[in-house]
Design a binder for this molecule. Sequence first.
Ligand SMILES: *Cc1c(COP(=O)(O)O)cnc(C)c1O
Length: 401
Amino acid sequence: MSHEPRRAGRHFLQIPGPTPVPERILAAMSRQILDHRGLEFQKLGQRVLAGIKTIFKTKGPVFIFPASGTGAWESALTNTLSPGDKVLMCETGQFAVLWAVMAKRLGLDAEVIPTDWRTAAEASVIEKRLREDKAHAIKAVCVVHNETSTGCRTRIDEVRKALDSAKHPALLMVDTISGLACADLRHDEWGIDVTISGSQKGMMLPPGLSFTAVSAKALDAAKTAKLAKSYFAWDDMTSNNATGFFPYTPATGLLYGLAEAIDMINDEGLENVFARHERLAEATRRAVTAWGFEIQCRDPKYYSPAVTTVMMPEGHNADAYRKIVLDNFNMSLGTGLNKIAGKAFRIGHLGDTNELTVLGALTGVEMGFELAGVPHKKGGVLAAMQYIAETAAKPVKAAAE
Ligand SMILES: *Cc1c(COP(=O)(O)O)cnc(C)c1O
């Protein structure tokens, strides 16, 4: 049997999800299994079903399916659409690609707006296409809020305005699997019909839960939608959730963790959580720029607060570099996906992350360049340190002795 030698200290899991799980959540989940039809569970069910709404900024229902985020994609599409329906999608990166593949597999007519993978979904392009669609053949507009492969964040408020200006009745579906609890998301205010997320990114939980926030309009569409669904059907969830229960065995351990995660986020304050992500993302970008590397996201307007995708210089393989970082510094960086495989790597700065986590990660990144012989300028970590120190809360000066 092969045996890896022990590595001291903690592993730096700096991929853009799954993210490290805080001790408080690990402790909350470390419990004996309970009867999911009993009174004790009912209290937990009611607590998480109410609590999760605060994270989505919605008063409407949020379904919690035991599934990865991909399951929530499926629940969004199958509950609201019928075979052959046209959906307008925007290829912002690999996750948008995968969602479109799913739509086609399910028998939908997915029309995909391309991008060069260095920008977000452009509201103006969506609006133009919607205006052309005079017959309202497009039944849904599907966009990824935080494109985890490229580090580009779509402005969902602008996409909403695009639908309104075009006076188009399509449903608006938003994947915020890696955006939730990192970047502001207002399900109700932005008129989103289905918002999709998962547990293992900004929510700081292990993988295994998916979330689907739905509008009244989406629930209405569900009454006539004809795509086949069973496990992910909303009606069974709605009737059971009304009393805090689930139609089948829920992931009870993860729900204890979820209750704790919601408390932690609300204790810190959701807006403070966003501000923390924005600040750590800016520190990361300053390091990348100081090293002389290009950020995959071309337009600062669309910078992601959750992940920074870094383009490798020509002739240097990002995965060979990542291996050197892992072997030497026990840190996992995110790989480049699909057409940027080998050409880019990703630094995750989402979830339970603070100043020194990010600085520690950036230190490993910078030393990794040195060890891998990747040409770079010095001073990236220094630039990040300066920014973090400059933007630190100034302590109230201690009273003179
Ligand atoms: C992680 C991710 C997914 C896939 O979620 P799974 O939980 O792996 O199924 C989809 N979309 C985005 C934007 C993601 O970050």
